[in-house]
Write a protein of this length. Sequence first.
Length: 228
Amino acid sequence: MTTTTDTSNSYLGSLYGTSSSSAAATATTGNSTIDQAGFLKLLTAQMTMQDPTAPMDSNTMVQQMSQMSEVQGITEMNSSMKSLLSEVQGNRIGDAASWIGKAALLSSSTAQPLTNGGYAGEITLPSDAASMNVSLVDSSGKTVYSQALTNQKAGTIDFAWDGKMADGTQASGPLSVVVSAANSSGTVNPTVSTWSTITGVNSPAGGSSAQLTTTLGTIAPSDVLSLS
């Protein structure tokens, strides 16, 4: 038996500079999506070349056009939402800019001097405290200010110190706020927040929401518990 080899594919491959495998690979490439203009063009071609004895189903055609219009509408809506989001983010930056120079209450046990040189914050007690002591401690571990309080109810308690040392000099920050509290049941664990001056506003790369620069570092506007 004589075996023959079909050389037509190899011959055509050499003629066009491609092989059957590369031609098959090429056939699988291309754009797998179509936009509204392309759909209408394809639909027009189908209507022009349809078999008069077996015309296209008009219901199917209308359904396809409806689906394409729906997709186009969603695409336009997404574009509008992105534009609106960009405008809102810009307005947030503008609003945050009006906070410069104000004091922001932040969840922190570190205190920096405010514009008047003083230190202030809030202490939140989860339960009543028969005794409580508030101390401000510098970086060397020295207590520069201390205040003793008694019979404090659960809730928020303000504290403030003008920052003046016994010798008349102004204390330099940062200072650590150390709070101890107790009642008849034992130790009470309060939370501490301190006031920090907002010194600037910036918008990070990528168009994300504004960031606030404070004497305690960079924070998000959502981190501000209160503004004064």
